[in-house]
Design a protein around this ligand. Structure first.
Ligand code: GLC
Ligand code: GLC
Length: 650
């Protein structure tokens, strides 16, 4: 958009631009800058317009983008052009991801590179390597307390190793996802050490206070994220002689985004990682980016403006790179992280579907799909050209972030229902085979979340220990049922490393003084590669899970209607144990797949005459996963316990 004020500013900036920039051939850069500058200027003005040095900061912003564009390797610039043309590339059903810790999966970055075959064998073509940067010794919040945004943790490798990994992955057609921990740094980061030494410039990178007045005011409305290990949201720093805001752990200092220098630094870091060959960047804890007295300091309007500005700027330098929003917040709030508009107010193209994740776990515990159906019904429709990251487990805990109104409309009482779920997954409930561990218990509010590996939560640990073959069968069915959901729902399925082999809880974290207080470590395994060999031996648990997943992934990639064009219809059915939805082709309405899932431990039936146009018009119906016709008796489709179908007429 052309608008005089922003255009004049842009001209001034370009007139003053450093000679090393103006001498380059930056055609693509300038066309993109021209296209986005109105947005960039408006957002920058809105966030930082009251700063005295606003014009200089705007100059630095543009120069940062230009300098990173100059550094962008030619092959990545070419890839940008390809993706500009094929702009729906990340909506494809061909994408299937896995998230992992480098250390737990491959030991080192090189070790991970040596195992790339494993992904290809399973069909994984997108890998989220969780934080690999330098962290404080000991407590590092699993890598999310970063001490240097450009230096690799020396225990696992070097920057060259990561560049090499990116090249090898690209050769194999595997996308690389890396984190940028935008909300905070560790207390050992250079900025923090300078702040401690009393430098005002760096104290302004954080929220620091001389006394408790402002902190106490904030505490009135801020919840606690880690109530057991890091109560409160501020930490006294002895060296600095000031309080500092630390929403997560006391060694994670929240960055102050009301300071434009912080914004520009972080943009520079984002573009740096884009230039190292990351295809997708996961922006960590984005809901927390803006702090406002009197609020929960989550999901503030300015947090969205910051993300819009990051997106607008990244599109200028590295338009082929897309963002994942890690915002584990209420359904109505999550949806906003895609942006308000796909073109002029875009934020992150991809967001964690924590709602679906938590609802799936509800269905597991209740053995019915009532809340799942209700929750998905009230999930707002997302923007076009935006997609979900669908997952069952990740490195974090499971939070029961359902909407209370949804719980009420299923005739459950919210508090009691949440209590039941916690009891169920921590094995306190009589009928439960789950072996989860509580996380983040808050004695003041009664809240709690859940840790545990997929297999242990699904009852496999119990079944193996009690040597109960039927229970083993059930647990495996359940594990596959859950995967069938994230593979068909619409969005990018993100498996969690180890789940493809049925990895159980790992209690060894209890021996480590830096980990024992954080139960999330129970589900952050080191892969036992000898055990993993079992995936090649029919009959083993590893084989049963792995080979089924491998097949499911291969089949998903062939089903075009599984691509995410907001082409899903939830189908209301009478049987509360079933979760049923249809996927259709946005242009060819006759191409449809009916997904049916039974969350009960008993067989269930679905009357195909009652599901309108989704019922079969012609025979026979085929389950695409098994390649067989399912059992139908007089128009009633029979779905065995914990079973799913991907049905098509063929
Ligand atoms: C993100 C990470 C989580 C971490 C938190 C604080 O939510 O996923 O593991 O504890 O950010 O960095
Ligand atoms: C909260 C945060 C999320 C983080 C998690 C870690 O849910 O919203 O960002 O991953 O805590 O437990």
């Amino acid at each position: 958009m052309y608008e005089q004020v922003s255009h004049t500013l842009l001209n001034d900036i370009l007139n003053r631009i450093k000679p090393e920039i103006s001498e380059q051939d930056l055609r693509h850069f300038y066309t993109r800058l021209g296209a986005n500058f109105y947005g960039i200027h408006s957002l920058f003005q809105r966030l930082y317009g009251d700063q005295e040095d606003f014009v200089e900061q705007a100059q630095r912003l543009v120069e940062t983008m230009a300098q990173q564009y100059i550094k962008r390797p030619e092959n990545l610039r070419q890839l940008d052009l390809v993706r500009e043309k094929d702009y729906n590339w990340f909506l494809s059903q061909e994408l299937v991801g896995m998230a992992l810790y480098c250390k737990g999966f491959g030991g080192t970055v090189r070790g991970l590179e040596e195992r790339l075959n494993y992904f290809q064998e399973l069909g994984i073509n997108l890998v989220h390597v969780m934080p690999i940067l330098r962290c404080p010794e000991g407590s590092s919040d699993g890598g999310y307390a970063v001490s240097d945004f450009r230096e690799i943790n020396p225990d696992i490798g070097t920057l060259e190793d990561v560049q090499q990994l990116a090249v090898s992955m690209r050769e194999r057609g595997i996308l690389l996802v890396l984190d940028v921990v935008v909300n905070h740094t560790s207390n050992k980061h250079f900025w923090a050490t300078r702040a401690k030494a009393g430098e005002k410039k760096y104290q302004d990178y954080y929220y620091t206070f001389e006394n408790r007045n402002v902190p106490d005011m904030f505490e009135q409305s801020m919840p606690e994220i880690f109530p057991e290990t890091a109560p409160g949201n501020f930490t006294w720093d002895e060296e600095m002689g000031r309080w500092v805001m630390t929403v997560f752990n006391d060694f994670q200092w929240d960055l102050n985004y009301s300071n434009p220098s912080v914004f520009i630094e972080m943009l520079n870091i984002i573009l740096f990682w884009a230039n190292q060959g990351a295809d997708i960047l996961r922006l960590d804890a984005v809901a927390f980016l803006w702090k406002k007295i009197g609020s929960t300091c989550q999901n503030e309007r300015e947090a969205h403006l910051i993300l819009q500005l990051l997106k607008d700027c990244c599109q200028v330098t590295a338009p082929g790179v897309v963002f994942i929003a890690e915002a584990i917040v209420a359904p109505l709030e999550v949806i906003k992280y895609f942006g308000e508009d796909a073109v002029i107010a875009k934020e992150c193209e991809i967001a964690y579907n924590a709602t679906f994740m938590a609802l799936l776990w509800d269905a597991v515990a209740t053995k019915n799909a009532r809340l799942l159906n209700q929750g998905i019904r009230s999930l707002p429709v997302k923007l076009e050209r935006a997609t979900w990251l669908n997952y069952i487990r990740c490195h974090d805990d499971i939070g029961l972030g359902f909407d209370d109104r949804d719980i009420l409309s299923c005739d459950y009482e919210p508090l009691k229902h949440r209590r039941f779920l916690i009891d169920y997954f921590t094995g306190k409930f009589d009928d439960s085979h789950a072996r989860g561990v509580p996380f983040g218990q808050n004695s003041r509010t009664g809240d709690s979340r859940i840790s545990g590996s997929l297999a242990s939560l699904a009852g496999l640990e119990y079944a193996i220990e009690t040597d109960d073959n039927e229970a083993i069968d059930d647990a495996i069915r359940l594990i596959l049922l859950l995967h069938s959901m994230i593979l068909s729902f619409g969005g990018i399925p993100l498996l969690y490393y180890g789940d493809e082999l049925g990895t159980l809880n790992d209690d060894s974290y209890k021996e480590d003084p830096f980990k024992k207080g954080d139960t999330r470590w129970v589900h952050r395994p080191s892969i036992d590669w000898d055990r993993a060999e079992g995936r090649n031996t029919p009959g083993t648990i590893e084989y049963r899970i792995y080979s089924a997943l491998k097949r499911m992934i291969a089949v998903r990639k062939e089903i075009e209607v599984f691509a995410d064009f907001n082409n899903r219809e939830l189908i209301e059915v009478e049987n509360p144990h079933l979760f049923v939805f249809g996927r259709y082709h946005p242009q060819r309405p006759n191409e449809q797949v009916l997904v049916v899932a039974n969350f009960s431990d008993k067989p269930q039936y679905l009357n195909l005459e009652n599901i309108g146009s989704w019922g079969p018009q012609h025979r026979p119906l085929v389950d695409l996963y098994r390649g067989e016709t399912p059992d139908i008796f007089n128009e009633n489709l029979v779905i065995p316990e914990f079973c799913f179908y991907w049905l098509s007429e063929r």
